[in-house]
Design a protein around this ligand. Structure first.
Ligand SMILES: C[S@@+](CC[C@H](N)C(=O)[O-])C[C@H]1O[C@@H](n2cnc3c(N)ncnc32)[C@H](O)[C@@H]1O
Length: 380
């Protein structure tokens, strides 16, 4: 706003903050500088100082500038910033809307403004993102504009776009999400990648456990890409499991993924038919107390704290998983954990302390942050 206001001042050749001329010439009166308005009849007598003193003039000028400035800001607000005005008053095509929403999001400091604009617009128009680009000139109707306006305003206040559209993409699969579950992150795809690589080296049907499944993203991505597997997916949140159930149904995996509610392994201990697993995967909450305070607004204010926060040092859930995991794994089976950006050394130590794991590895993500811990259960 400040920048836009300054730009406009420059265009009008007006600088309301620059008062030097008036201040350095406080003896001036208006009349002394007034050119003779009648070249035929010259001024005969000196003009007396009937005119107002400079301080009064300065105040008058200042208030005139103030008025101009307020008008400019008002204009800017309506032209660039007020979504209702913009969406109501113009003939909007897909292209114009994409450009306007992108600019609006960039002004508001929203992550990936173009992508966010595309996601909202394709959601409102029930189109694929690619179709926006093949139908650039298509007009957008009033009802759709009204709905878009509402979502643009909410996104502008940092509500995650995935919650606004009710869906997200993970491992090239569309998944439903609501504020009851965490939005799957692209970094978690690395865990899925390693899990599938591990499973492909084994023979026979594989039994997998996905602890802390949330919307079911890891279990579903593995099941879709490795068909000879049965999966138990658990979460302590019933509400998150309801979303997971919708996603399992959406991808027709009800025969192969079983959802159980409970605290980590407790969820399936009473299920007598559950044997030991070939693979346990887990992306638990891992944000420490100091990190939690510093989370971005779109995470801290909107995603479930239960999915994020894990005690003072962020290791609370890992300690419990690592302590018990070997009891539920076959020999040569794997434990794979997603970990926080600097948790590698602490997790490695926890795994080593059990004495039950070999081939303990910490892998970094493409951004150079610790991301995956893998370990193989020893045979003894
Ligand atoms: C970081 S989210 C991960 C969700 C999903 N697996 C993913 O990768 O996007 C962690 C999940 O763990 C669940 N959770 C937290 N504490 C738990 C516990 N003690 N037992 C089981 N699940 C728990 C939360 O409800 C949340 O869904």
């Amino acid at each position: 706003m400040q920048n836009k206001a300054n730009l406009l001042d420059a265009q009008m050749n007006v600088n309301p903050y620059n008062t030097t001329d008036y201040e350095n010439n406080s003896n001036w009166t208006l009349g002394e500088n007034k050119p003779n308005s009648n070249p035929i009849k010259p001024n005969t007598k000196p003009i007396k100082a009937k005119t107002k003193p400079i301080q009064t003039q300065y105040k008058a000028k200042q208030s005139q500038f103030q008025t101009q400035r307020t008008l400019c800001e008002f204009f800017l607000f309506f032209t660039f910033l007020c979504p209702s005005y913009n969406l109501a008053m113009q003939n909007w095509t897909i292209q114009k809307l994409l450009n306007w929403v992108t600019e609006h999001f960039a002004d508001k400091g929203i992550d990936s403004p173009r992508l966010s604009a595309e996601l909202l617009l394709s959601h409102i128009l029930a189109m694929k993102r690619i179709e926006l680009y093949t139908q650039f000139d298509k007009p957008v109707h009033k009802q759709q504009l009204d709905r878009l306006h509402d979502l643009v305003e909410r996104a502008g206040q940092h509500e995650p776009v995935a919650y606004l559209t009710g869906k997200t993409e993970f491992y090239s699969l569309e998944l439903n999400v609501t504020p009851d579950c965490m939005i799957p992150r692209p970094e978690t795809e690395l865990l899925v990648e390693r899990a599938i690589e591990f499973l492909r080296k084994r023979t026979g049907k594989q039994f997998i456990c996905d602890l802390c499944t949330g919307c079911g993203c890891i279990a579903i991505a593995i099941a879709k890409n490795f068909t000879d597997a049965d999966i138990i997916a658990t979460d302590i949140s019933d509400a998150a499991l309801n979303i997971a159930a919708k996603n399992v149904e959406k991808h027709q995996l009800g025969e192969r993924i079983r959802l159980l509610c409970g605290d980590l392994f407790d969820a399936f201990v009473p299920q007598l038919d559950v044997g030991k697993f070939d693979l346990i995967v887990c992306n638990p909450p891992y944000v420490s107390a100091p990190e939690f305070e510093k989370l971005d607004k779109n995470v801290k204010d909107y995603e479930p704290k239960l999915a994020l926060f894990a005690g003072d040092d962020g290791l609370k859930i890992y300690r419990r998983v690592i302590e018990k995991a070997d009891r539920f794994l076959k020999p040569d089976a794997a434990l794979m954990l997603e970990i926080g950006y600097a948790q590698g050394p602490a997790i490695k130590e926890l795994l080593e302390q059990t004495g039950s794991f070999a081939e303990i590895k910490i892998e970094k993500d493409p951004n150079g942050n610790d991301r995956i811990a893998t370990a193989i259960k020893t045979s003894s």
